[in-house]
Design a binder for this molecule. Structure first.
Ligand code: GLN
Length: 195
């Protein structure tokens, strides 16, 4: 499977090795033409405002939105999750507007810049997933078509799926647990079924 990694800015390199380890063929994507022939795309963490600006500059925003609306599976991590959301609370940020949910950027404030938490993610099995959060967003609200996959102990939602779209507020590429990437590859190849 050819899986693109949006490589305009941010933490894209780490996804390369993980995809290779899982037997997929990673492709760095910077130009619209590089969207062709992909079976899925990862939008990495980084700075959502910068990423949007570069996507507009590279004329990638609309082609990517079109491809995702047409069926391209997309996984968004942290800033990537912000770009997938239809609504960004208290922010005029333009996004791809694909997942029917509202996210809040930098939801943990400047005092808690980064933290780690073991997450219960039933879709990935019983073993908790160690989540690394870096200036992370949260999902504040979601339409019933969005399945919330993970919550922090205080109840805030930090991962979600809507059809072929997958979003995580934490960084699954910063660790040795490959389950979220594997889940995305399964999604991209047609399974597991939507709950
Ligand atoms: N705070 C960043 C933003 O608002 C996201 C941080 C990240 O991707 N690690 O875009």
């Amino acid at each position: 499977m050819r899986i693109g990694i949006l490589a305009l800015q941010g933490a894209f390199v780490e996804h390369l090795g993980i995809l290779e380890r899982l037997g997929a063929e990673p492709v760095l994507v910077r130009l619209p033409v590089e969207l062709e022939g992909l079976d899925g795309l990862i939008i990495p963490g980084g700075e959502s405002t910068t990423m949007i600006r570069l996507m507009l500059e590279y004329e990638l925003l609309q082609p990517l939105k079109d491809r995702a609306e047409a069926s391209l599976p997309v996984m968004g991590v942290c800033a990537g999750m912000i770009l997938l959301a239809k609504r960004v609370a208290d922010s005029p940020l333009q996004s791809l507007g694909l997942m029917d949910m509202t996210v809040r950027r930098n939801a943990f404030g400047s005092q808690v810049d980064s933290f780690e938490a073991d997450l219960d993610i039933p879709a990935l099995g019983e073993t908790p997933f160690h989540g690394v959060f870096i200036r992370a967003p949260v999902i504040e609200a979601a339409n019933s078509t969005v399945e919330l996959l993970a919550r922090l102990d205080d109840g805030r939602a930090v991962a979600a799926r809507q059809g072929r779209l997958l979003a995580a507020a934490f960084h699954p590429e910063l660790g040795s647990d490959l389950r979220l990437h594997r889940y995305f590859l399964d999604m991209a190849s047609g399974g597991p079924p939507v709950a």
